[in-house]
Write a protein that binds this ligand. Structure first.
Ligand SMILES: C[S@@+](CC[C@H](N)C(=O)[O-])C[C@H]1O[C@@H](n2cnc3c(N)ncnc32)[C@H](O)[C@@H]1O
Length: 214
């Protein structure tokens, strides 16, 4: 995979966390009732805690992360979530009515990652991904004409309200991401019917509903 080009950086005070920006949208993609949910690459566990807090999930919310430190810190919050320190590829997981991956798919090889995520979704279940893509095409750069000023404006608005930590210093990061074309092609092949949408702030979203009969 290619290196992600360096983005124009805002001054420190104006930087903010793009990963949580689509959280409310993500939660709106959930079915009205789900027996179980899994958050993949949960980091510090904010999304898993919110999945639990929605009350939509009648059974267990499980969250997995490959980083021992992330799980140590996430599990310190308890929150009624089952926290797992493990690799999503190798850990023995079941199938879930809801599977989420927020800013974690680009940590995995794309096709293998999508295949694994799909395999974790139970019949009729829902997969919701909010992920990063690499700016690579004229259309991507055209999007930046909107994204760059919007990024500064949101940063300014947040700074006026006290600021937001852009990135936890202990959060694992990788400096590469697939292109949107690569993501769309992989989704078409692995998750037929998945809806992939380009988003602001170098993000895309993907929603896939598994067939009722797998
Ligand atoms: C950029 S962080 C995003 C964390 C969180 N979802 C958020 O939005 O704040 C990506 C997370 O994916 C985790 N991760 C990477 N590879 C993984 C794997 N194979 N299995 C489980 N988690 C993984 C990393 O440890 C990291 O915490």
């Amino acid at each position: 995979m290619r290196e992600k080009p360096r983005k124009l950086q805002l001054p420190e005070k104006l930087r903010w966390n793009h990963n949580a920006w689509y959280r409310r949208w993500l939660l709106r993609q959930l079915p009205s009732r789900a027996r179980s949910a899994l958050d993949v690459g949960c980091g510090l566990g904010e999304l898993a805690r919110e999945l639990k807090a929605t009350g939509v999930v009648t059974g267990e919310v499980t969250a997995i992360d490959a980083s021992a430190r992330m799980i140590e810190r996430a599990s310190a919050t308890g929150a009624g979530v089952r926290w797992i320190h493990g690799d999503v590829f190798t850990h023995d997981l079941g199938r879930y009515d809801v599977v989420t991956a927020e800013a974690s798919l680009h940590h995995l090889p794309l096709r293998e990652g999508l295949t694994r995520l799909a395999g974790l979704v139970g019949p009729g279940g829902t997969l919701v991904v909010v992920g990063l893509y690499m700016t690579a095409t004229p259309a991507d750069r055209a999007m930046e004409v909107v994204t760059l000023p919007a990024n500064a404006l949101v940063g300014l608005a947040k700074a006026l309200r006290g600021g937001e930590q852009p990135h936890d210093p202990e959060m694992p990061v990788v400096m590469h991401a697939p292109t949107l074309a690569e993501i769309r092609a992989a989704a078409r092949e692995i998750l037929p019917g998945a809806r992939v949408r380009r988003r602001l702030f170098w993000r895309y979203s993907m929603v896939w509903h598994a067939p009722q009969v797998l």
